[in-house]
Design a protein. Structure first.
Ligand code: 4NP
Length: 156
């Protein structure tokens, strides 16, 4: 697989997709790969805000500083700028399919499609839960990021 550029999308862009972006940045760096990655939300309630403090703390525990990330809403140009747009859950995926421009080139997928045995599953939204939920999110997005890096290194 040629090196993809990857946009992760969740609802608010303050919990799941920033953690997915951080996990892929970390996995790519450790594998010596240059992968363009970003994240966005289907909603705009948190646009311009940093990630949720619990997401920042979780990323920091895993060695990633995401304090500089700022939430933004997904836009039509993302469908030609990125080769792959990866949704956190089925609701996000349905939103992306509905707004996908006719001439879009990006492929759409669910983040857990990358993880063997978890295909078709949604990432649990940790926003209304506790810190343990954010660790679970990290474990899931880390597994997905490692699988994506593995695919790229073995297929290129
Ligand atoms: P995220 O989590 O989609 O993983 O960033 C949420 C963030 C904010 C809200 C819901 C989920 N909210 O309702 O504001």
């Amino acid at each position: 697989m040629a090196s993809p550029s990857v946009l992760f999308v969740c609802l608010g862009n303050i919990c799941r997709s920033p953690l997915a972006e951080a996990a892929l940045r970390k996995a790519a760096r450790e594998a010596g790969l240059d992968i363009e990655t970003d994240s966005a939300g289907t909603g705009n309630w948190h646009s311009g805000e940093p990630p949720d403090s619990r997401a920042i703390a979780t990323a920091a525990r895993h060695g990633e500083d995401i304090t500089g990330y700022r939430a933004r809403q997904v836009r039509p140009a993302d469908f030609s700028r990125f080769t792959t747009i990866i949704a956190a859950d089925h609701q996000n995926l349905a939103h992306l399919q509905a707004m996908r421009p006719a001439l879009a080139t990006a492929e759409l997928a669910l983040v857990l499609d990358l993880v063997a045995g978890r295909e078709g599953q949604s990432l649990t939204d940790p926003y209304f839960g506790d810190a343990a939920g954010f660790e679970e999110t990290w474990a899931d997005v880390h597994a997905a990021a490692m699988a994506l890096v593995d695919q790229i290194t073995t297929e290129s």
